[in-house]
Design a binder for this molecule. Structure first.
Ligand SMILES: Cc1ncc(COP(=O)(O)O)c(C=O)c1O
Length: 457
């Protein structure tokens, strides 16, 4: 098909939407390392996870062999309200950059929560409801996950308790109010409501909190409250599985026009959007059917892939969660108050960590001010006001397109535009007023945190 036949937006219709999620672990020769019990250091069994997570989600979490999981009809019906999401050809950006590269982005910001997080939130709420639970607890950083989960819980009539990283709770009152609009209760973390919150506050008085702290609080409440379970918006295998809907749709849209990407780029916080976007492409790569360059982009202030260690670590600051083998900066690492709140997690998905360790994908880190430069540039050209997290991918995509200009190569670049930045205007304000800084942790700071990694015999 000739170039000019490719529309600005490639939509799929409803019946072209995926009917199953794809589990990339099924095609991995080296499977991600199992979660370990924090006391015994033995692989976690389903029964041990049952007090924390919903039963069906545990099955998905521990299943490294089933390639496809059918998406229940109730979830597909909800997806239809805001999916399929468009795959956009960034013609205007290409023109402005004067690059021979062809740039596409998969836009996940077209729902009220403003990000891809809803894809997993609705699935997790569905399984909680199906199990007959009263409600769920969770943490949220910048608030996108909490917002998505509030929407999903109100749809299935479940109670939703959100522990929101304190600095975001104070800086982002609008996200907090969206959550409350959908019926969630929102508590700033660390709080005095939980034992772990009290301990963290005693150890770090005045802390603005972190995702790791908020996770510990949400887990403590879930395991102690009858009829409640904990749900998580990233990092876990089950979340990557649900997010594979992004990649499956993107691939179906590209296939429609016979397009093969050369480079696939995504921002990486805990790894869920990136894992979801790349999974069908990575599957082809693992099966030897195709090759792609895959790039994870993380903030220089929280560089788990690029400066962390591949080791077993706690998923939370309170050290109550199972141990996961992942690229980590140490569960005690308190990232500087970067404005991409969703990328301030100390660890990374164990699936992506294994793929990265096997050399199947690359990772780079970028500085905050250059990310906002790219965000503003993109907003002015393509019209969408991007989330700071998503803008990490924009920055990398623009850089790759500029390289194509230098070399004259006509590469096809696909990146994940995970969400919109309407509630991040304080960050944009700091950028405009030249008050934004580029904090990069020192080697000593990272070493100090890594020195406290648990010792696994
Ligand atoms: C808009 C947006 N993009 C990306 C991320 C990063 O998360 P993940 O790496 O799980 O996709 C977040 C997390 O909050 C987010 O809100």
């Amino acid at each position: 098909m000739s170039e000019n036949k490719i529309p600005y937006k490639i939509y799929l219709d409803e019946n072209e939407m995926p009917k199953s999620w794809y589990n990339v672990r099924a095609d991995m020769k080296n499977k991600p390392a199992p979660l370990l019990n924090p006391q015994t250091h033995k692989p976690m069994k389903a029964e041990e996870l049952a007090g924390v997570f919903c039963d069906e989600l545990i099955k998905q979490e521990l299943d490294d062999t089933t390639a496809y999981f059918e998406i229940p009809e109730e979830i597909r019906d909800f997806y239809k309200m805001y999916r399929p999401s468009p795959l956009v050809r960034a013609y205007c950006l290409e023109k402005k950059l004067d690059t021979p590269a062809k740039i596409y982005y998969k836009f996940e910001g077209n729902n009220t929560s403003g990000s891809h997080k809803l894809n997993s939130a609705i699935a997790q709420a569905y399984y909680a409801k199906k199990q007959g639970l009263k409600g769920v607890t969770t943490e949220t950083g910048a608030g996108q996950w909490g917002t998505a989960l509030s929407m999903a819980c109100s749809y299935f009539d479940l109670d939703c308790k959100v522990y929101m990283v304190k600095v975001s709770y104070e800086q982002k009152p609008f996200r907090r109010e969206v959550m409350r609009t959908y019926g969630a209760s929102v508590t700033p973390s660390p709080s005095m409501d939980t034992e772990v919150g009290k301990k963290i506050l005693a150890d770090f008085p005045g802390t603005g909190g972190s995702l790791g702290c908020a996770i510990s609080e949400a887990v403590e409440v879930a395991v102690n409250k009858e009829g409640y379970r904990y749900v998580l918006g990233s990092v876990l295998n089950q979340v990557l599985l649900h997010q594979s809907v992004i990649g499956l749709e993107a691939k179906a849209a590209l296939d429609k026009y016979g397009i093969k990407p050369d480079i696939i780029i995504g921002c990486a916080g805990g790894g869920s959007n990136l894992g979801g976007l790349i999974s069908p492409f990575m599957g082809e790569k693992l099966r030897g059917e195709a090759d792609y360059r895959i790039i994870a982009v993380e903030p220089a202030s929280c560089p788990s892939f690029t400066r962390g260690k591949y080791a077993y670590d706690f998923c939370d600051t309170g050290m109550v969660c199972p141990l996961s083998k992942m690229y980590t900066l140490g569960s005690g690492f308190m990232p500087a108050p970067n404005h991409a709140g969703g990328l301030r997690y100390h660890g990374m998905s164990s699936t992506l960590s294994q793929l990265y360790d096997d050399g199947l994908m690359e990772a780079i880190s970028v500085k905050q001010t250059e990310v906002f430069e790219a965000a503003e540039y993109f907003a002015r050209i393509e019209g969408i006001l991007p989330a700071p997290e998503s803008s990490h991918a924009i920055k990398a995509a623009i850089d790759e397109a500029k390289k194509c200009k230098e070399t004259g190569e006509e590469k096809t670049i696909v990146f994940g535009l995970t969400g919109t930045g309407y509630f991040d205007m304080v960050a944009y304000e700091k950028f405009h007023d030249n008050k934004m800084t580029d904090y990069i942790p020192s080697d000593e700071e990272i070493k100090k945190s890594l020195d406290k990694l648990p010792v696994i015999e």
